[in-house]
Ligand binder design. Structure first.
Ligand SMILES: C[S@@+](CC[C@H](N)C(=O)[O-])C[C@H]1O[C@@H](n2cnc3c(N)ncnc32)[C@H](O)[C@@H]1O
Length: 265
């Protein structure tokens, strides 16, 4: 069973009325509106109200989560220097590119069934892939839409990459309607990481706090097989077991994660 929590609150600045944008956001996501005050982290009343908050800041829509006694703030930023550095030179030599079968001018179409904060999709789009992206959580979807909208003001290169990313707020496992088939179905759900020493990046920590973890025992591979023309790629933590106990046909291992590839015949 999935342990989705999504207990978030939309914050607005104390002393001024919530903006129309903040009200609309709270209304759309059916979240409470709460006044923020100076020194958010020191405000015990506020800090004990929830573990996750949304706040519209100058940098964009932010997800703020409690991390012990402090808070971390995450937003989607496709202009991020580190992210764009990853795609500059070494793009196609990365494991994710090899896993989806990018080679020379071969550009597979990809269904990113668990879009999250869109980093993997952005990497693949920057290498030229067209992607359909599904994100089940309305809050994560909203963070992603916000990032995509802000990217429209960035350089032409970034805009061209974003134009290849087609996002929907939908549940991959539940979607019954007619869906196109894609060369590759890419899966990166929030599976629990069992190794205590596994390092969790800030963004993934925030998503884990917001969403909990996904259920590995569901038929992820079965559903993916109905939509994949060539292969299914599953991103796993380095030491995780195989999804559904099924041995992949190919593996690409990195320092903290690996890609298990299931060929569709
Ligand atoms: C680990 S994150 C994905 C990270 C992403 N690969 C990235 O680069 O940012 C997993 C995401 O999958 C979403 N998700 C989980 N189950 C889903 C489903 N059945 N359909 C669509 N999205 C799902 C979660 O809401 C979460 O945002």
């Amino acid at each position: 069973m999935s342990s989705v929590s999504e207990a978030a609150i939309v914050l607005y600045q104390q002393g001024v009325e919530a903006s129309e944008e903040e009200k609309a956001l709270a209304n759309e996501l059916n979240l409470k509106l709460l006044a923020n005050s100076e020194g958010f982290a020191n405000n015990e009343e506020l800090a004990s109200a929830a573990d996750c908050y949304l706040q519209i800041k100058p940098c964009g829509l932010c997800l703020i989560v409690k991390d012990g006694n402090s808070f971390t703030s995450t937003h989607v930023d496709f202009a991020d220097a580190k992210l764009n550095y990853r795609v500059q030179d070494k793009g196609k030599t990365q494991n994710i590119a090899k896993a989806v079968g990018l080679k020379g001018s071969v550009l597979p179409s990809v269904l990113d069934a668990t879009a999250g904060l869109g980093k993997d999709a952005y990497l693949l789009a920057s290498m030229g892939c067209e992607l359909a992206m599904l994100e089940r959580s309305p809050i994560v979807y909203k963070l992603l839409v916000d990032g995509i909208e802000r990217a429209a003001k960035e350089s032409q290169t970034i805009r061209q990459r974003i134009a290849r990313m087609h996002l929907r707020n939908d549940d991959f496992l539940q979607s019954e309607g007619v869906m196109d088939k894609y060369d590759v179905v890419y899966l990166d759900p929030m599976f629990p990481v069992r190794s205590k020493s596994a390092k969790v990046k800030k963004e993934m920590f925030a998503l884990q706090k917001l969403l909990g973890s996904d259920d590995e025992s569901l038929d992820w591979l079965g559903k993916a097989r109905t939509l994949a023309k060539k292969r299914i790629v599953v991103k796993r933590a380095k030491l995780s077991s195989f999804l559904g106990g099924e041995k992949p046909d190919i593996q690409f291992k990195g320092s903290s994660s690996r890609y298990d590839v299931y060929l569709v015949t």
